[in-house]
Design a protein around this ligand. Sequence first.
Ligand code: ASP
Length: 568
Amino acid sequence: MLAGWVARRRDHGGITFIDLRDASGIVQVVADPEVLPDVADLRMEYCISVTGQVRPRPEGTVNPDLPTGTVEVAASAIVVLSPADGLPFMIDDRVDAEERIRLEYRYLDLRRPRMAANLRARSAATAAIRRTLDDMGFLEIETPTLIRSTPEGARDVLVPSRLRTGSFYALPQSPQLFKQLLMISGVERYFQIARCYRDEDFRADRQLEFTQLDLEGAFWEEEGVQTTIEATIAAVVKQVRGIDLAVPFRRITWREAMDRYGVDKPDLRFGMEIIDVSEVFAGTEFRGFSGALEDGGVVRGINTGQRQFPRSVADALTEEAKALGAGGLVWMVAEADGVLRSPVAKFLSEGEIEAIKVGLAVNEGDVVLLVAGPWRTTVTVLGALRLQLGKPAGHKELAFCWVTDFPIFEETEGGMTFAHHPFTSPQDVATMRDRPLEALARAYDVVVNGIELGSGSIRIHDPAIQSQVFDMLGISPEQQEARFGWFLRALRYGTPPHGGFAFGIDRLVMVLQEEANIREVIPFPKTQTGLDPLTGAPNEVDPVQLAELGIRVIPSAKPQPPNVDAEA
Ligand code: ASP
């Protein structure tokens, strides 16, 4: 006796064939309408039970693509447990339904084999994480989700308090400060599969709420955190993809990543590295380059390999480089006779052209792109072009790496902000004080295929240094006391040196399942504008509820995201 859903029904030669699907897969049921007249009424996605006999399929009808493809069930009784309305879309991986409809009927969408496989992969991933960390002596500890705000650089999601009207809890952007408190508590090894909330503008790989593996350890340094994370990720990859991941991952400093790939999350599945050719143009006549060099800038390039390079492509890339902040883009195509064809060729000496060919390993047919200007802009522009021209589709290959030695601060319009979070330890306190924008942090990220999977750091465990970092961020002593006094106080009670990490489980499963979007691996995600088309959240609430909370809504003058019905 089997039970499941009618995935497909065919009538063939007076016999009815039903593909019966349940959580474990699909099997073919054969029914004779003469014996079971009700089968004529069975529609797609009816929930049924079938009693019958398993028998080998007749010769020539074996389906090698199906694990149950050698057998079928000859039905002697079929009971409809629950009928189904007409479907909004076909429950089939080959059918592409509009995402809004898929989300509105997510419970049906999750019946599709691909989505069901994503749910299973997610569960396998968290099981592997728990097994690995449990074996290493970690404690799984829940931290509160109604908290005082923890700064991770995003906007908080706020929850009003009823008993203390006018006051709000924040939902955690991460359990950061609680895990640090647990180190002070003597826990030594903590982890949590933690839901985090960041009110950021949505992108393909962001959601208002997401899940991360959060962990922390005392008395260890970078190496301790990193080997633990490598072991955990390797266990997940083994469980979900069956691959033995090579550890340790490659390590690359932030500076080197920027120099060679133009971004702090390099995609190492392909080369096309950025090459410095400033030396080549040290004495150039070409104003486009000499001006940049005189201003302390650089000239760098990438060899994009052999490709068709019509004018339209050249123009589009130039526009893009300018939009990203470059003054311009110089392109060169290596012609058959050893000539480099380029709009600027006439301004370049023979020596310069030769040096470019050698420096960028130019072969016949190769297209070279050069940018001149300040270091940061130049590498960023070339990094973006490199990705656009070289990034492989999908995630068959997995290129994990650590990016280390990040700057501790970043420049903002009005001053400086933290690059990771304000609890990250500087590598050297004196440099941080004297030349803050050059100072490096004990911070590290894990990157896979150009996607930032997670970040971590060794923390500040000395309250004086913690205060100093707050000072440098422009937080006055009074504000420090008001916002973080409780935490600074905790640091004064024998805090062990500690550090940790967090990585996005949604993102990792997305990569392992070769999905292009994290919404495909989140059971009930929100749309790009933060809506849930299934339940209609967020929604207006009863005025009585608002009155209890002491809240009055000021109608917004700014355009609202369309409601669920209207959203495209
Ligand atoms: N709290 C950090 C984050 O959520 C991770 C960490 O530093 O452990 O990104």
